[in-house]
Ligand binder design. Structure first.
Ligand code: VOV
Length: 249
């Protein structure tokens, strides 16, 4: 049997995609809309407080295309907290004007493919990668992926050495995008339909296409990568939420 990689697991992630029921939203009076958004923004303030204590992180994003209108991404030390957050959000009035579009459950993951002599529990850089405060970079991209298990192309039957060497090459491509694309890789075996969630951030949206395209030629993606649905959008600040939901009277 090939040796499994050892993983370090950080904060649990819940990517929650919704479409907005705009016709129903538009039927409300502007006072009702304001009060619903106020209730939501009060909830967001509690998430901000959690993030300020480094006990989790969150992001709210507008998504382009018909697959979803918004994504809320929560990171917390336990899955239980994510369940509470989902339940609490679903009970807000704003949630009544949303429909589920997609969701993804995973946990931030680092593997031991690249040698390291650091003690992960003590190393601040590793801890910051396992428990990331989500960047406020302008653009976000999310997609789930698998490593192929088919005929001669079975990632899970390769030796640790072969997999490490491919991951080195993968990491080298990724490093060329330092400062342009930030990645958060979250493992989801046993949690969701794919093996990993890939969440990317960029200042220039075109960098997603450049990076993902370049990686397609690298063996680990070319031969072993299988990909789910791609979502792309913009990071919303709290100040962007009201304009996003604003209706022209
Ligand atoms: C933005 C840049 C970037 C950088 C620097 C980077 C580096 C690295 C390193 C060094 C490592 C290995 C150690 C670890 O940290 O786990 C990884 C690991 C991983 N990656 Fe990566 N990746 C990037 C980016 C990046 C992208 C864009 C993708 C999607 C692939 C594509 O074709 O669309 C990806 C996938 C993964 C996955 C699924 C894993 C886990 C594989 C496993 O079998 O366990 N990744 N990745």
């Amino acid at each position: 049997m090939a040796e499994p990689a050892k993983t370090l697991d950080g904060w649990y992630c819940y990517h929650d995609f919704r479409t907005i029921d705009w016709p129903a939203w538009k039927q409300l009076s502007s006072e009702e809309r304001d009060s619903i958004l106020k209730e939501f923004l009060t909830m967001v303030e509690t998430w901000d407080a959690t993030q300020a204590k480094f006990e989790g992180s969150h992001g709210i994003y507008s998504i382009l295309g018909q697959k979803a209108d918004i994504m809320i991404l929560w990171l917390r030390p336990t899955m239980d907290e994510l369940m509470e957050l989902e339940g609490a959000f679903n009970k807000t009035r704003l949630a009544e004007f949303t429909k589920p579009a997609y969701s993804y459950v995973s946990v931030v993951e680092l593997s031991n493919y690249l040698p390291s002599d650091k003690d992960p529990a003590q190393d601040p850089e590793i801890q910051a990668r396992l428990k990331p405060i989500l960047p406020k970079w302008k653009y976000v991209c999310f997609y789930p992926m698998d490593k192929r298990r088919q005929g001669n192309d079975n990632w899970y039957m390769l030796s640790m050495e072969d997999r490490s060497s491919m991951m080195r090459s993968h990491g080298m491509i990724g490093r060329q995008y330092a400062g342009k694309v930030r990645q958060i890789i979250s493992g989801s075996v046993g949690f969701d339909d794919w093996e990993w969630g890939v969440t990317l951030y960029a200042h220039d949206v075109l960098e997603f296409k450049k990076l993902v395209y370049e990686m397609r030629f690298d063996e680990v993606s070319a031969r072993y990568g299988e990909f789910g649905t791609f979502y792309v959008g913009q990071t919303m600040d709290e100040d962007d939420i009201k304009p996003f939901f604003a209706v022209q009277e």
